[in-house]
Write a protein that binds this ligand. Structure first.
Ligand code: FE2
Length: 452
């Protein structure tokens, strides 16, 4: 442990964002430089790994750190801040020494509004409920309805048909079943609406939904089910199945039939949006063209001075359901990840993607980017010495233009060793305001806007 920790400390710079930091703060009004729009009312809440030492060992991978909730609270131009370690059973076991819970439940990947509460999720079944105002952990969400699966995805999608959340559960067995189900946040009822069966237990991190179709992406990155069941972490549970296909799986929600459409070997963590029209589905996603490397011990790799993020590129896949073929174009030359859109445009014709940008000379997410997917143009934003988390878009409440609103991101200043919020005007992609917080926050994963 000390070797990796000391090495990251010694190398400094952006690597400082991978050091454990569990300290909490609660600040009513940050010092804001610039102007935060007065119409912004609500909270930008995100989660992400923050404590990397478990059982006296530095974990192998960023994704294995224990989750911290971070909230920026907007009211009439003022910005408050709060952060707290998620009090999951997993956290209580490792940090407070309590007995181990029945399953891993540390929601360090995503947060979503769930009724008047929040849900912090990872890919296990134990989703933690929290109070969006205090960031106190409440307990587990108790779902209604049988769902016989081993894992779920951490990326919920809003179903354009029912308005409910929709997710995929994975059930291992002689074949692997992918159960697509809706979640009603009022009754907490889960209901399976479609299923897909595969001879390979392929890993999947996100998916897309349109009115008629569900789009899964199968890559050769598969679960080592035995390692997973015996409690293996991220680096042990995934492996590349040589020769396994890469394909889009399109499930017709009306007929229940599924179609596999072969694609060149690649992997995608994040589907961005999917739009159906007649016999064509357009799927935009962030793709990488190599499968190996994801499940390696990332922290050991970070100790290499030449370390570079495996670049992901925004691609548009046009799936022709008549010919069962797909054609692909790249939408920008820039390497990017953590793509977000104006959520009101999910499953609809849309124009803009916001994402964290990697300029390859800088090794990590050292900018933000807005991509116009129609015009194939982009605008970039940088701040000196700063590295950026996922940018979320918040729409102006009164205007119907797709990019009328703000984009915000929790950034890390590697020279000050402090984190900061940046708020950009989404149209011009220029900074409206930034606000430092007194502590460094380790690099996080995903966030969401909680309106009030
Ligand atoms: Fe993700």
């Amino acid at each position: 442990m000390t070797t990796i920790k000391k090495q990251l400390e010694k190398m400094g710079g952006w690597r400082l964002g991978f050091l454990s930091q569990a300290e909490s703060q609660s600040i009513d009004a940050l010092e804001v430089v610039g102007q935060v729009p007065e119409w912004l009312h609500g909270a930008f809440i995100s989660t992400g790994p923050a404590v990397f030492e478990l059982d006296g060992q530095y974990v192998d991978h960023w994704f294995q750190g224990l989750g911290m909730l971070k909230g920026f609270y907007f009211n009439a131009g003022q910005v408050g801040f709060k952060n707290k370690m998620l009090q999951s059973d997993t956290y209580k076991h490792y940090v407070l020494g309590e007995p181990e819970g029945p399953e891993y439940d540390d929601g360090n990947v995503t947060v979503f509004p769930f009724g008047d509460k929040g849900s912090a999720m990872t890919e296990s079944l134990g989703d933690c409920s929290f109070d969006p105002k205090s960031l106190e952990t409440i307990g587990h969400i108790v779902y209604q309805g049988e769902l016989d699966v081993h894992l779920t995805l951490a990326h919920l999608v809003v179903d354009p048909v029912s308005g409910h959340y929709i997710n995929v559960g994975i059930q291992f067995g002689p074949t692997t079943r992918y159960l697509i189900y809706t979640i009603d946040t009022v009754s907490s009822k889960q209901e399976v609406i479609a299923a897909y069966e595969s001879s390979l237990p392929f890993y999947m991190h996100s998916f897309s939904v349109t009115n008629r179709y569900i789009v899964l992406f199968q890559s050769p990155l598969i679960f080592d089910v035995e390692a997973l069941m015996s409690g293996g972490g991220f680096t042990e549970m995934l492996t590349k199945a040589e020769g396994a296909p890469t394909q889009f799986i399109v499930i017709d929600r009306e007929t229940g039939t599924s179609t596999a459409i072969f694609h060149e070997e690649s992997m995608c963590f994040h589907q961005v949006n999917a739009i159906e029209s007649a016999d064509v589905i357009v799927v935009d996603s962030c793709d990488v063209d190599r499968i190996d490397g994801f499940a390696d011990g990332l922290f050991e790799l970070l100790c290499n001075p030449d370390y570079q993020v495996i670049p992901a590129y925004l691609k548009r896949h046009t799936i022709d359901l008549q010919s069962n073929s797909v054609s692909t174009v790249q939408l920008t030359a820039a390497a990017l990840e953590f793509p977000r859109i104006n959520d009101a445009y999910a499953a609809l014709d849309y124009q803009y993607v916001y994402a964290a940008l990697t300029e390859r000379s800088h090794n990590f997410f050292d900018g933000l980017i807005k991509v116009d997917v129609e015009q194939k143009k982009d605008v970039k934003y940088y701040r000196d010495n700063c590295y950026f988390g996922e940018p979320i878009f918040v729409a102006h409440p009164d205007t119907p233009t797709e990019d009328d609103g703000v984009v915000m991101s929790l950034a890390f200043d590697a020279v000050k060793n402090q984190s900061l919020l940046v708020v950009l005007d989404a149209q011009s992609f220029t900074e409206l305001a930034h606000a430092y917080i007194p502590i460094p926050i380790p690099f996080g994963l995903h966030g969401h806007w909680f309106a009030t």
